[in-house]
Write a protein that binds this ligand. Structure first.
Ligand SMILES: Nc1ncnc2c1ncn2[C@@H]1O[C@H](COP(=O)(O)OP(=O)(O)O)[C@@H](O)[C@H]1O
Ligand SMILES: [Mg+2]
Length: 457
């Protein structure tokens, strides 16, 4: 089994700076929470519950279900979701969005949700192809006059010698391959692959064994070993795409070209409509039935999901009943509140039928000891030296106000120390930033005082 080119993972905006210290759920082999592990502190019950969820996701037993993380602000809901994604590993798609992201003036809410959901479903495709593969030891390109312009020469055919550790073979090919050889900058010493059916040429890099590979110490080209086995062989290609990737490929292929060829090129993207999605679903199901593809349902994490409205909830509810769905994790810090878009009050601000088919993980307020430990870990993560009494002061603030506020003050205090050209954060730094910035309660109190003078819309 080999992969010639992995489709690059799309990079998403990094929104978890505050959670860089979280490396996992911090559980032992029996899925019990270790008080301090993997950057996680306390909140044992929620972590153990999340551990079970991870197991079920891995065994594919949770798709189409919802997990709700409910708890006051700053109690680690996002941290636990991040930990779940770490536990699932890099091969399980994990998409993080905020409930507020569905409100866009350009796109429909359901469109945004569908796309997010399709980005969370990985499809591992296996394909056997006949390919010529080897290190190029000889190239002769024959040119002929251009049919319309006799003064210009165009490649007409190519004669290539390919070498593997076991064999050497010379092949002749026509103009399309000759052109690709030139375009791809293939020279003697390159390791290449030619698809026997489509004629697509892939330049894999420079052979380590070639004279060129040995001469140039600095070369931007990737160095690869000389291939083994026969030159012409059956090779299994494995690539993992998400349903969203496949939608895009399909949208493009409507303008010509097949799935395989489009993995290696093409640029324009057409808008993706329901018809394309239905076709992709059909195609994927067929591949799965034939044993050529495997589905990896990932996780869609919607933070602050009390910001979703009834339309979004009912869409999610319906989507969850279809076959190709990710696991959905919703986080909320609301108690009983109205569901957006209605005047109906409901626990967590979610419709009851959604709550009905969910498992709920609750997060609790932290005690001083856990707050101190989390702050210590954050200080470590941000490479901040902090005096004991300063840490104590921050812990106190964390208990009185919130953990998140204390975490923020820690960075500010470190900045304050840096400005004063000191290596260590002292209690004075903490007190100074504490007096310069406000927490929520102080801000509310402050605004109340000036209520009459403030403007209202
Ligand atoms: N149990 C925990 N262990 C370690 N760090 C935590 C824990 N809970 C929260 N944090 C950290 O505290 C901060 C606030 O938590 P966060 O996950 O944002 O809370 P919420 O999403 O519930 O509002 C973040 O920096 C988070 O990484
Ligand atoms: Mg959060």
């Amino acid at each position: 089994m080999s992969t010639i080119r992995e489709v690059p993972k799309r990079t998403f905006f990094e929104r978890i700076g505050a959670h860089t210290h979280i490396k996992g759920l911090g559980l032992d082999e029996n899925l019990r929470a270790v008080k301090v592990k993997d950057g996680m502190v306390g909140q044992e019950k929620a972590r153990e519950a999340a551990g079970l969820v991870v197991q079920m996701i891995k065994e594919g037993k949770l798709s189409g279900k919802t997990v709700i993380l409910a708890g006051p602000p700053g109690t680690g809901k996002t941290a636990i979701a991040v930990a779940i994604s770490k536990e699932l590993g890099p091969n399980v798609p994990f998409i993080q969005m905020s409930g507020s992201e569905i409100y866009s003036s350009e796109r429909k809410k359901t469109e945004i949700l569908i796309e997010a959901m399709r980005k969370c479903i990985g499809v591992e495709i296996h394909e056997m192809r006949k390919v010529y593969e080897g290190e190029v030891t000889n190239i002769t390109i024959n040119t002929a006059p251009h049919p319309y312009n006799p003064y210009q020469k165009v490649p007409e055919s190519v004669r290539l010698t390919l070498k593997t550790t076991d064999e050497e073979k010379t092949i002749e090919a026509g103009s399309t391959i000759a052109q690709q050889i030139i375009q791809e900058g293939i020279t003697e010493g390159s390791v290449i692959q030619i698809d026997a059916e489509t004629g697509r040429v892939v330049n894999l890099g420079l052979s380590l064994e070639s004279t060129k590979g040995k001469i140039y110490e600095v070369d931007t080209r990737k160095k690869v070993p000389r291939p083994t086995g026969p030159v012409l062989k059956d090779k299994e290609f494995v690539y993992t795409l998400t349903l969203a990737d496949m939608d895009e490929i399909n949208a493009r292929s409507r303008m010509g070209g097949g799935l395989f060829s489009l993995l290696f090129g093409g640029s324009e993207t057409k808008e993706i409509d329901t018809e394309i999605r239905a076709a992709v679903d059909q195609q994927v199901k067929k591949l799965v039935d034939e044993g050529k593809a495997f589905i990896h349902p990932g996780v869609l994490f919607i933070d602050d999901s009390h910001l979703l409205d009834l339309e979004a909830f009912s869409f999610l509810g319906r989507a969850m009943e279809s076959e190709l769905v990710p696991i959905i994790i919703l986080a909320t810090n609301r108690g009983v509140t109205t569901i957006r878009g209605t005047d109906v009050k409901s626990p967590l601000g979610f419709p009851l039928d959604l709550i009905d088919r969910s498992v709920i993980i609750a997060t609790q307020e932290y005690d001083a000891e856990s707050i101190r430990e989390i702050l210590r870990i954050r200080a470590d993560q941000e490479k901040v030296n902090i005096k004991d009494d300063a840490l104590e002061k921050l812990t106190e603030i964390g208990v009185k106000s919130s953990l998140r506020y204390a975490v923020q003050l820690l960075s500010l205090a470190a900045q304050n120390a840096k400005v004063a050209k000191r290596e260590t954060v002292t209690i004075e730094d903490v007190e100074r930033v504490g007096s310069l910035f406000m927490d929520v309660n102080e801000a509310a109190e402050h605004l109340r005082k000036y209520e009459e003078k403030l403007m209202y819309h």
